[in-house]
Design a protein around this ligand. Structure first.
Ligand SMILES: Cc1cc2nc3c(=O)[nH]c(=O)nc-3n(C[C@H](O)[C@H](O)[C@H](O)COP(=O)(O)O)c2cc1C
Length: 225
C-alpha cells in the first residue's frame, strides 16, 4: 500500500475473524515496529504476547472499571478521564453503568493480545517534575505501538491501542509478573479485522494547527511561504 493510503485508512479494529495470527507473522510485525523512535533511542518498550484464555479474562476484568467510568462520563457529555475538569459523575452512577462490550470483548476474542509495557528505568520522563499528568514517558512508546498497527495493516491484520486496563495497573502487573518499574502503556488486541473501515473521521488541519501562537490564524492549504 502507498504510505498516505496506509495513514488515512489504518483504523481501530475491534472485531476479528477466527484466523490465527502466527508467531512468524507477529515476529515480522515487531521486527519492523522496532524501528520506531524513542527518547535517547532507549527503546524502553517491552511486549508480552498473550493467548492464554485465563490471562485474557484477567485483562478484561482489569478493563471493566475504567470502561464503566468512561461510559458514564460520555453519557453526561464529559470528556472521559481528562485531568483538567473533575468529573461530576458519582461512584454509584459509575457502578451501575455497564461496561460497553466493544471495550471489553476484543481482549477476549482477538487471536493475540499484546501487552506493551514501558520500562520506567530506561525511559526519560522530561515532564516528571511538572505539576501535571505525565505525557513524555508514553511518547517513547506509542510511536512503537503505532508502528505495530501500521505493520499489521501491511500484513493484512489490525488491532487497537487500548489503555483502559492501565487504570488497574497493579492488577495487570500481578497477572503478568511485570516488575513495578514496568508500566502498562497499552493492551493491544490484534487479528484479521472482520470488516474494513476505510474512511476515518478526523478534524481538518485548520481546526488544530495555528500560525505562530495559540489562537493564531489557522494553517491553510496553498498559502504562499
Ligand atoms: C492512547 C490511546 C488510547 C486508547 N484507548 C482505547 C481503549 O482503551 N479502548 C479502545 O477500545 N480504544 C482505545 N483507543 C482507540 C481509539 O478509540 C481510536 O484510536 C479512535 O476512536 C479512532 O478510531 P478509528 O481510527 O477507528 O477512527 C485508544 C487510542 C489511543 C491512541
Amino acid at each position: 500500500m502507498e504510505l498516505y493510503d496506509v495513514m488515512r485508512t489504518t483504523f481501530s479494529a475491534r472485531e476479528f475473524t477466527d484466523d490465527p495470527l502466527p508467531d512468524e507473522v507477529l515476529f515480522r510485525i515487531l521486527d519492523r515496529a522496532r524501528f520506531a523512535p524513542s527518547g535517547g533511542n532507549r527503546q524502553g518498550w517491552r511486549v508480552i504476547v498473550v493467548r492464554d484464555a485465563r490471562t485474557r479474562e484477567g485483562l478484561a476484568a482489569a478493563t471493566v472499571p475504567a470502561a464503566k467510568r468512561y461510559a458514564a462520563q460520555v453519557q453526561v457529555g464529559e470528556s472521559p478521564w481528562n485531568t483538567i475538569d473533575r468529573t461530576k459523575v458519582d461512584a454509584a452512577t459509575i457502578a451501575r453503568t455497564p461496561a460497553p462490550a466493544r471495550l471489553i470483548e476484543p481482549v477476549l476474542k482477538a487471536p493475540v493480545v499484546l501487552v506493551i509495557g514501558v520500562d520506567l528505568k530506561v525511559v526519560a520522563s522530561m515532564d516528571s517534575e511538572l505539576e501535571r499528568v505525565g505525557v513524555i514517558s508514553g511518547a517513547s512508546i506509542y510511536p512503537f505501538a503505532w508502528n505495530i498497527l501500521l505493520a499489521a495493516r501491511h500484513e493484512g491484520y489490525g488491532g487497537t491501542i487500548t489503555t483502559l486496563a492501565t487504570a488497574q495497573e497493579p492488577a495487570v502487573q500481578a497477572l503478568l509478573g511485570l516488575p513495578p518499574h514496568v508500566a502498562v502503556a497499552a493492551v493491544m488486541p490484534l487479528g484479521r479485522p472482520a470488516k474494513a473501515i476505510t474512511r476515518l473521521r478526523r478534524k481538518p488541519v485548520e481546526e488544530f494547527a495555528m500560525l505562530e501562537r495559540w489562537g493564531g490564524p489557522p494553517l491553510q492549504a496553498g498559502r504562499p511561504a
